[in-house]
Design a protein around this ligand. Structure first.
Ligand SMILES: O=c1[nH]c(=O)c2[nH]c(=O)[nH]c2[nH]1
Length: 300
């Protein structure tokens, strides 16, 4: 190969700003704890090609903006906060033509002291992390909501049988197994006019309900049902993407000790794990544009 060498892609920003916003206007405080990454796209080639910084808004400035906006614009729904940041960078900073804001939110629940919720003490929730990705480009604005690290397990109501077999297949079919995963789900909105809090709660409830209620013939089937149920309930969502490691639970061989094990004692395997993924979308979903093009995940 002898083609000319060119800069064929670039983006830059400040990754993983840990911003904590406390609302303390009343004796009962509120907390919002996030990890926000800012990423700018635009006319920055000179910084790579010649070292000219004249168009580069420092990543430090992006960080300062993320902190200041937590006060100036407020930090309640991560989607709204992310939209404010993205719009600022694109509208107010001349060389910026696109922005990507990725946010994770860590949930805290109020400490219970003497039987009641405490006003300003919380315990970090071990549950899922809420996520949002906001993208603005020269062709539009996109919001993807989501969650990750939702660890969920059902102790029955799951089978896996009838699979393709070849000479290497040793897996026994089962009509009753533990099914467990650490779910990642992301959903793409078709509008920014959304009640972010209630939609998030509704989608999480739907995920849990489908996981529990669908009699699963495979994790693949469960994922499709989760995506379908979300799209049926929320017309403002065009597409759902799901990624689910199959956290295998193997019945432990207690027969060696003369002890019966009827799906009661398992080895919770760490790795390897099956990794099952699905995208479920409407046939008339509007174009996804660059909404799935990640920042921190670009090379990982
Ligand atoms: O739900 C499952 N899907 C698979 O594709 C698979 N493969 C496997 O070994 N176990 C499972 N379970």
């Amino acid at each position: 190969m002898s083609g000319s060498i060119e800069l064929s892609g670039h983006q830059y920003g400040k990754a993983e700003n840990r911003v904590v916003r406390i609302y303390r206007d009343t004796p009962r405080h509120e907390i919002h704890d996030i990890n926000v990454s800012t990423c700018l796209r635009g006319d920055f080639a000179d910084a790579y090609l010649t070292g000219d910084q004249s168009k580069v808004l420092p990543t430090d400035t992006q960080k300062q903006t993320a902190y200041s906006y937590a006060k100036e614009k407020g930090l309640i729904s991560i989607e709204t906060y992310g939209l404010e940041l993205a719009r600022h960078f694109v509208d107010d900073i001349e060389p910026v033509s696109g922005a990507r804001i990725e946010i994770e939110e860590y949930a805290w629940e109020r400490a219970i002291v003497d039987g009641s919720e405490h006003d300003y003490t919380w315990i970090r929730k071990g549950q899922e992390v809420r996520t949002a990705s906001i993208t603005i480009s020269d062709t539009g604005t996109w919001v993807i909501g989501g969650l990750k690290d939702l660890v969920i397990l059902k102790s029955t109501g799951s089978e896996f049988s009838g699979f393709l077999e070849d000479p290497y297949t040793v897996l026994e079919p089962t009509d009753d197994r533990v099914m467990a995963t650490t779910l990642v789900a992301q959903w793409r909105f078709v509008t920014t006019d959304v009640d972010w809090e209630s939609v998030y709660a509704g989608i999480k409830a739907q995920i849990v309900k489908q996981f529990a209620q669908v009699h699963s013939l495979a994790l693949q089937q469960t994922l499709f049902h989760i995506g379908k149920a979300i799209l049926e309930e929320f017309p403002i969502i065009a597409e759902v993407r799901l990624s689910a490691p199959n956290k295998h639970h193997f019945e432990y061989a207690l027969g060696r000790f003369g002890v019966e094990n009827d799906n009661e004692v398992f080895h919770a395997a760490d790795r390897p794990y099956g990794l099952i993924q699905a995208a479920v979308s409407r046939s008339d979903a509007p174009d996804a544009g660059p909404s799935w093009t990640t920042y921190a995940g670009w090379l990982s």
